[in-house]
Ligand binder design. Structure first.
Ligand code: GDP
Length: 534
């Protein structure tokens, strides 16, 4: 049986932006216009994660909301749209990278006054590495912002790909008159207010230039002129180029005013790709063989790209977010975690409908399903109802900050280890156990990760810990072509070897020179700054 008709109508994308560009607002409007929510103001709890720790803790209390709202499913024009949020705080960027492995395209939101900002840049890099197609939305045109030609230029430079404007603004700020749709050659007239529905906006064809001129005066003529310049200077629309991540369509609007949003929602349906094939390895006679999994393949397969502790701290259950790669999920089906070969017996299986979680009736490639389990599932795990596949490509980055964990009450050692292992498996932080013994080390990409882990160890595992600085400033995962070479290396640096939560060997460094020196001494050893789950 083929599920092509189901997978073809799915769109799974991540929304990326620098904090405050308007991601939350836009998400909410997308949900509103697809009918997934009834009133604006319903998307809460997503915001605070980027602010101070105290806010994060607060959000922690409402974990139910933040879990539910990091993935949202909606239907629109007979399509099923899965929207994934990416945490705004830079300290959670690792989490974000992994979310980006679970999507087929991205929607980039830019504040028209600020252009492409730092946090967006890092996200763009990851999209570029993965050739993820990007739709660009230039937000806040109702404000005094930069010249749209300038913005296009900057997006082109930052993305390293040509822009193709799909809509063009007429004026901005107080003189913002609306947007011209280049394909329909008509102008949609701006009206402020968050009550407006897409169909409420007045549309005037460009052929009625006199009428538009009478209404918008010089602003209209200026817009036509800059639009011509933009069209002349930018790439012609090519769907193939967009899918190959070699061109980005650009839309202008104002999220808070519901303006230019429907155009984006339509673009997601019309332009963004449905789920594509994914690479995996399959064990054939104990030998790994590359296998491409197609979305319409009958066997169920999915990959865990995010693990999050559940709301109730007294129950150690966790939600594993699985991106379905092929086949069909139905309740009660038998599945295995391929890393361990064990059967997965979730206590509940949910899909995420904006604020609600609902029991999944069926899910296909592209959908995100949440399995609640008591453990046994790790970040990067592959789950199938059949063959021993393992998807590749979920990245772990070498941490840049390290802390030693000191437990205040030694009687809680067992709980501490359990907590650290679980938080490590969740990817909240990286946990390293020195081969030579001694205290566990925590490795993070962002400072906030330490605070979160300390807080969670305390509240969820009743372990009061102190974090102490240590001399390490980096780590590299280590592989060698032969066990003998690896042994020789380990013997040379016994105090520097550690294992992470996935039991992968790492070399701890105290300065960037460490790696260079070690590499010179052991040219055959491979030092990896990035570990892909395999
Ligand atoms: P996020 O941090 O990217 O999720 O940004 P938010 O959606 O929370 O928006 C940040 C701020 O910008 C909020 O105060 C919004 O009300 C405001 N905002 C969002 N979209 C627009 C817009 O189109 N125009 C104006 N003037 N403000 C906007």
């Amino acid at each position: 049986m083929s599920y092509a008709s189901e997978t073809r109508r799915r769109r799974t994308f991540a929304i990326i932006s620098h904090p405050d560009a308007g991601k939350t607002t836009l998400t909410e409007k997308l949900l509103l216009f697809s009918g997934a929510i009834q009133i604006a103001g319903a998307v809460k709890g997503r915001k605070a994660s980027r602010h101070a720790t105290s806010d994060w803790m607060e959000i922690e209390k409402q974990r139910g909301i933040s879990v539910a709202s990091s993935v949202m499913q909606m239907s629109y024009r007979d399509h099923v749209i899965n929207l994934l949020d990416t945490p705004g705080h830079k300290d959670f960027s690792e989490d974000t990278y992994r979310v980006l492995t679970a999507v087929d395209s991205a929607l980039m939101v830019i504040d028209a006054a600020n252009g492409v900002e730092t946090q967006t840049r890092r996200l763009i890099e990851v999209c570029r590495q993965r050739d993820t197609p990007i739709i660009t939305f230039v937000n806040k045109m109702d404000r005094e912002v930069r010249d749209p030609l300038d913005i296009l230029d900057e997006v082109e430079r930052e993305l390293g790909m040509p822009c193709c404007p799909m809509t063009w603004p007429v004026g901005q700020g107080r003189s913002f008159g609306g947007i011209i749709d280049l394909r329909t050659q008509s102008m949609t007239v701006f009206q402020p207010g968050s009550e407006k529905r897409p169909e409420d906006f007045e549309v005037i064809p460009l052929s009625e230039a006199d009428r538009l001129r009478a209404r918008f005066g010089q602003t209209f003529d200026d817009a036509l002129e800059s639009m011509e310049l933009a069209v002349g200077a930018s790439a012609e629309w090519s769907h193939e180029q967009f899918l190959a991540a070699k061109l980005t369509p650009v839309f202008f609007g104002s999220g808070v005013n519901n303006f230019g949003v429907k155009e984006v929602l339509d673009a997601v349906v019309d332009m963004s790709p449905p789920p594509g094939p994914r690479k995996s390895t399959l064990l054939v006679n104990k030998q790994p063989v590359e296998k491409v999994v197609h979305p319409e393949d009958p066997g169920f397969a999915g990959v865990v790209f995010k693990v999050q502790a559940n709301m109730d701290a007294n129950h150690r259950d966790r939600i594993a977010f699985v991106r379905v790669a092929s086949g069909k999920y139905t309740p009660g089906m038998k599945m295995r975690v391929q890393r361990t070969g064990k059967e997965l017996r979730p206590t509940s299986v949910v899909t995420f409908m904006s604020q609600r979680r609902e029991a999944v009736e069926e899910a296909y490639a592209g959908d995100i399903v949440g399995f609640t389990t008591h453990g046994g599932v790790q970040l990067g795990d592959t789950i199938t109802d059949g063959p021993a596949l393992q998807f590749t490509g979920l990245p772990f980055f070498a941490p840049e900050m390290f802390m030693t964990v000191v437990l205040k009450n030694p009687l809680r050692t067992k709980q501490l280890h359990e907590g650290l292992m679980q938080l490590g498996e969740e990817g909240a932080i990286q946990v390293f156990k020195p081969e030579a013994g001694g205290n566990m080390l925590l490795g993070a990409v962002g400072q906030l990760q330490f605070e979160v882990v300390q807080h969670r160890l305390n509240t969820e595992y009743n372990c009061d810990i102190r974090l102490e600085g240590c001399q390490y400033t980096g780590a590299r995962w280590i592989t060698a072509d032969t066990p003998a070479e690896l042994r020789e290396f380990e013997n040379a640096y016994p105090m520097r070897m550690a294992r992470d939560a996935a039991n992968t060997l790492a070399f701890l460094c105290t300065s960037p020179y460490d790696v260079r020196l070690a590499q010179e001494r052991f040219p055959k050893i491979h030092f990896h700054p990035l570990r892909e789950h395999a």
